[in-house]
Ligand binder design. Structure first.
Ligand SMILES: Cc1cc2nc3c(=O)[nH]c(=O)nc-3n(C[C@H](O)[C@H](O)[C@H](O)COP(=O)(O)O)c2cc1C
Length: 234
């Protein structure tokens, strides 16, 4: 599979088989992912790779915490305005259609939220964290360690496909950093950036067939200095 095929075929996996992911595969994958670029080659990422009873316990503690408001180490968006709101809504509508979850069906919506908190039952998770004092300096966030963690997360998700694995980047899985820090013995000097669910996709599940939409390149890119040919910007 070439890179464009890998990018085009990747999608968020929200239903996994229970088969375990062998450690040697994850090691091989992460070794390659480490080639991600980073600001000044600072390589600000660290990983907790978790499976088995430890992950089961984390999932259970997350479900038990579901009524607590999330308080991730990294602030997320509080308000969505358009076009972000419209895109987010479109995603939710499609996923709920596939799942047969009605707008008013509180019970099924809750079950969906719990599935997310359980990392969609993936048998493995990779939590990416970075150094808190490097991220916040004199009270001002330094965006780049988080940005660099995003780059390596991208590598991980793309490489996973070449091992037949599926992934799901998950903010839900870092909603309660106190649980992760306690269970994984991660000190408070670390900032938890992202969780990645990893496992073999359940290909029978229609959730995994769903391909999310993308706005056109025409909307996203402006072109300068290329001459005519219908460019908006010239
Ligand atoms: C930083 C980040 C966090 C995400 N967190 C969640 C999450 O908590 N729950 C979820 O269902 N999807 C989550 N997603 C997946 C996005 O919804 C998904 O990437 C997007 O809808 C595009 O779909 P695709 O990944 O299938 O291309 C997250 C994605 C990113 C990049």
């Amino acid at each position: 599979m070439n890179l464009a095929e890998a990018i085009n075929s990747r999608r968020s996996i929200r239903a996994f088989k229970s088969d375990p992911v062998p450690r040697h595969i994850l090691e091989e994958l992460l070794e390659v992912a480490l080639r991600a670029p980073s600001w000044g080659n600072t390589q600000p990422w660290e990983f907790a790779v978790v499976t088995g009873p430890t992950l089961d316990r984390i999932k259970q503690l997350y479900v038990d915490s579901a009524d607590r408001p999330p308080y991730p180490d990294l602030a997320g968006p509080r308000v969505f305005s358009d076009p972000f709101l419209a895109r987010r809504r479109a995603l939710g509508i499609r996923l709920f259609e596939i799942m047969g979850i009605g707008r008013e069906d509180r019970d099924k919506r809750k079950q969906w939220e719990l599935r997310g908190l359980r990392l969609f039952d993936a048998p493995c998770a990779i939590y990416i964290y970075t150094d808190r004092p490097f991220y916040t300096q004199d009270g001002v966030p330094n965006a780049y360690p988080v940005f660099d963690c995003g780059l390596i997360a991208g590598n991980i998700t793309l490489l996973a496909g070449s091992y037949g694995l599926g992934t799901m980047l998950s903010m839900q899985s870092i909603s309660y950093p106190d649980i992760l820090k306690k269970e994984l013995d991660i000190p408070d000097s670390k900032l938890i950036v992202l969780g990645i669910a990893v496992g073999y996709p359940d290909r029978e599940n229609p959730l995994n067939e769903f391909q999310s939409e993308r706005d056109s390149l025409d909307k996203m890119a402006r072109w300068y200095g290329f001459g005519g040919g219908g460019s908006k910007s010239e």
